[in-house]
Write a protein that binds this ligand. Structure first.
Ligand code: SF4
Length: 487
């Protein structure tokens, strides 16, 4: 890999030199470039790529100090890395591949994600749910938004929001709409269907996140199959364990709830296949201390049900003793091996990087992030229209959530008079959120936003960013001026 990568970096250096040589010649400043040599530059580029692979969020200034590079030498090295296909593979196959994928989707390809939290209640009481609190008697209580008398998101408000999304789409931004929770979205099938209807009008893909319990109702299955992707939360193939995870520690919840869910999923898959709908169906599966020994049976169940994918994730809101973590990592390793078997070729199995505690998400992140900058990439809308750039600010924390955390992070509400663009143009406030309250995706977004800002301040233009492959053809005219390896 090292040889192949260095060779590719070296070839990119030669082609960069060729492309910019005309500008040099006309500038009359070629003499200033004599003190570099291609081998040293390639060796340094390899070291920088290795460094970015493990800590992709480091600013250019820190990288230049660590590697004894001037800012202008680093600009050339970043450009070599940006243009190198081998380097891209090196990054996207690393344990920080989620970071590089997020940067690619949101910064390279301009993706905007809008997440609607439509549910106002939930039939489940999951042990890991941020909306569930356990009382002194061990009973699980579900927090709601506490605003029952207020108007839910109306069709007129949705029309305005989708008008804005359509405008963004026409200008070249890819749009993804998610219907999620918050609380269980299938509890409000009317709002859900209105969102799907609007999205269809503008050919915008919709992903639905659900616990699937209400798929026992055929109307809800039919409505859900109008989306592009149904992601069902299911983390165990065992009935008793399902009861414990989703209802109560004693394991006494809804009788045969998992059996019912499996039956509904089977019907959902069959209806999808019969109708020829292109909708994907998959599982969102948390790896927990209680279920990690059953990941392989869960995969077998997914394969037998004919779903398309399983997405394994950690519970971001919890931490466990070291020996538990090691046992969980062993189980994930075993599941990875099983998933690579040929009999799973029709089932896409994804293990997010944050499953490993050595992933950057689990660092002890301090400080706060400017949530407003995140609203340029995504937004959460509560059932009452409040807009929050971060997940933490949109789900109900207590019965008085609207006056508490939700209003603290809301930057304004959409309604028939106020569009999404109005909220973005004139936000009510700039909410600051502690870095440790961000989910992994938000953390990566925040780190990359700040990396870009610092590089700009340091004098490294966006067109030399090591991750902005869309800028490959754009070279600063003075790229090789004052090139000097050591500072
Ligand atoms: S299904 Fe979702 S909203 Fe309902 S309790 Fe579980 S995690 Fe919470």
């Amino acid at each position: 890999m090292k040889y192949h990568l260095k060779k590719d970096l070296f070839e990119e250096l030669l082609s960069l030199e060729k492309e910019t040589s005309e500008t040099w010649a006309s500038s009359g400043k070629m003499g200033q470039c004599e003190n570099w040599n291609a081998k040293t530059l390639t060796d340094k580029a390899w070291c920088v790529a290795e460094n970015l692979k493990s800590t992709p969020y480091l600013s250019g200034q820190i990288i230049s100090e660590k590697h004894g590079l001037t800012r202008d030498s680093l600009a050339v090295i970043y450009k070599m890395i940006q243009r190198s296909g081998a380097c891209r593979t090196f990054f996207t196959e690393s344990s920080n591949r989620d970071y590089f994928n997020v940067v690619n989707h949101y910064f390279n390809h301009r993706l905007y994600t809008l997440v609607f939290f439509v549910g106002t209640t939930c039939p489940s009481r999951c042990v890991y749910c941020p909306n569930v609190k356990v009382d002194n008697a061990g009973r699980r209580k579900l927090a709601g938004y506490g605003r029952k008398k207020d108007r839910l998101l109306s069709e007129a408000a949705l029309e305005k929001v989708f008008g804005d999304l359509h405008t963004m789409k026409k200008k070249g931004t890819d749009i993804l709409v998610k219907i999620s929770g918050g609380l269980e979205p299938l509890t409000d099938i009317i709002t859900m269907s209105a969102i799907i209807h609007q999205a269809k009008k503008y050919d915008i893909p919709v992903k639905l996140f659900t616990n699937g319990l209400l798929f026992s109702d055929s109307l809800r299955r039919t409505a859900a199959l109008q989306t592009s992707d149904i992601r069902i939360s299911l983390s165990t193939p065992d009935e008793t364990q399902y009861q414990k995870i989703c209802f109560s520690d004693s394991g006494r919840g809804k009788s045969r709830a998992l059996a019912g869910l499996i039956k509904s999923i089977r019907e959902l898959v069959a209806e999808r296949d019969r109708s020829g709908s292109p909708c994907k169906i998959g599982f969102n599966s948390l790896v927990l201390p209680s279920n990690h020994t059953l990941l392989v049976p869960l995969l077998e169940m997914a394969r037998d049900l004919g779903v398309d994918y399983v997405d394994f994730k950690p519970d971001y809101f919890s931490t466990y003793p070291q020996d538990t973590l090691e046992q969980m990592e062993d189980s994930v390793r075993e599941a990875r091996i099983v998933a690579s078997h040929d009999s799973y070729k029709n089932l896409f199995v994804n293990f997010t990087c944050s499953l490993s505690r050595s992933d950057l998400f689990w660092n002890d992140w301090k400080g706060t992030c400017d949530a407003l900058r995140q609203s340029e990439f995504k937004m959460f809308i509560t059932p009452f229209g409040d807009c929050s750039p971060v997940h933490y600010g949109a789900f109900p924390h207590s019965a008085r959530s609207v006056k508490g955390a939700v209003s603290a992070y809301s930057i304004g509400a959409v309604n028939p008079e106020r569009s999404l663009f109005d909220v973005l143009r004139d936000p009510a406030k700039t909410p600051e959120i502690a870095m440790k309250k961000l989910n992994p995706f938000e953390l990566m977004l925040s780190l990359e936003i700040s990396r870009e800002e610092q590089d700009k301040a340091f004098g490294l233009p966006l067109c030399v960013s090591p991750y902005h492959t869309r800028e490959k053809a754009r070279n600063p005219a003075d790229l090789f001026f004052r090139l000097n390896i050591t500072s």
